[in-house]
Design a binder for this molecule. Sequence first.
Ligand code: PEP
Ligand code: MG
Length: 556
Amino acid sequence: MSPGVAVGRAVIVRFGGMRAFRRAVSPTALDEEEKRLRRSARRAAEDFRQQSRAVSGEMGSELAAILDAHAMIASDETFLSAILERMRRERVNPEWALAAVSGEFEQRLAASDSSGMRERAADISHVSREIAQHLSGGARSLPQELPRGSILVADELSPLDAARLDPRRVRALALERGGPTSHASIIARSFGLPAVVGIAGLCEAVSPERPIIVDGERGIVEPTPSKERLRKGLLRVRESRERTRRLRARTAGVACTKDGSRVILRANLELLEEIGALERCHAEGIGLFRSEFLYLQTAPQTPGVEQQREAYERLLEAARPHSVVVRTYDLGGEKGIGPARGENPALGLRGLRYCLAYPEIFDAQLTALCLASRRGELKILLPMVTTLAELRAARQHLEAAARGAGLEKPPPLGVMIEVPSAALLADRFAAGVEFFSIGTNDLAQYALAVDRANPDVSSLYRPLHPAILRMIKSVVEAGVSLQKPVAVCGELASDPVGIGVLIGLGIRELSVTPVAIAGVKDSLSTIDSARARILAEKALEAGEASEVERLFKSVC
Ligand code: PEP
Ligand code: MG
């Protein structure tokens, strides 16, 4: 989603999925077909780069970064080799092999419960479609000249098609596919366009003749509004413009509550391509780098020491003078990255458990981190820690890596608190770490026994459940007593009610997705920390998440 409200006439476009035909290719024709694939991939990469140059600049730099990432995928040897391999093995045409390989990549990624991973599935699909377009030499489907003031209603919007939009002509976006962190949402936000995404059946529900309302604040589209609704919609357009102006003015300032209590606000990053967002959002460094995403580029192998070191150094460079927290691989489990075995991978060999089971992978990563740590303030964060023995073992690996890298002492080490056992033993963990970061996404999953990716139980997934608040409180207390900083890096840190609760519980460090930073600053500015503390005391006595929400909704 992207905030703002718009009223306008819909232009409906179906970009559609990828279609492919299968043709047998004789061994003698294979070379020529391979050349055709490489030529098309080169042209697609060039398209992405050209559009990236065209949109770069203050407003479009986030979109430019996405397009550069797409150019990298289009020229990625692993991706192309997989297609070529399929062509040779099955003696098929590049169109078919491309659709098959990209379909497999997409399926693997789309099954993940991480929104970042699902977004990578969309990346592969957009890149593949562009290559397919060059293979067929066909024309594209986006009408170049949209009428001024139109609302683009589409099944989905690729970054490349978005780059070709003229934001002066488009008033808002409404899409059938995409989530809050999808690229379409990011693009809409960087263009300052209201957007609502993920509304199934929208293209059918909207009539091109009539005005519609897109309300990016509430996440709704009104496809057939009455006259009265239209009048109200236009009033909301005015209000939302006011709010946008306020938010823009707030982005550059430091984060603090209404009564001046300072909050450190860092960014969660998944890809190196997102580095540009740090400066634009005025993040105070990186509070969580999900390093397992590096693995995607080299899968099924993990990246080498040098490749990782270079990546971590780039992060440190971009975050200076602030720090960078790199989380060691959160592989395995249900994330869809890396191997996952067993009926219940979320309870299996995931995160630190995986790294300790495959020490050569862990040691290579720790060595790269130690080497890079000479370039800035780097901290290392361990995911999915459940026992003190795991922490001790990880520390031994880190100390050995630090010695090997010639460091006098290793970089600061922290644990993620995302499992109840670690939350409840936080006072014991505190002695062995330099900092904590609470991962509320998993803490809610494991504390409430609710699979975070299973829609059947999504109504039970309540990170504001009082049981979780009690755990957060015990971590804060453990941190205070041994003077170890405690941050929160789960999605709760960007939820307006969640922010109030966290401040009330004594949290003063948050790490959120870059696009959420301005909104978090805005929410913080409305919270009185003394009042939040009193409400948090009450919330800790509540029996249900809904009571906590009710308590805080009046102030957040
Ligand atoms: C979390 O669990 O809250 C977290 C930040 O990590 P991830 O979402 O990557 O599991
Ligand atoms: Mg987690």
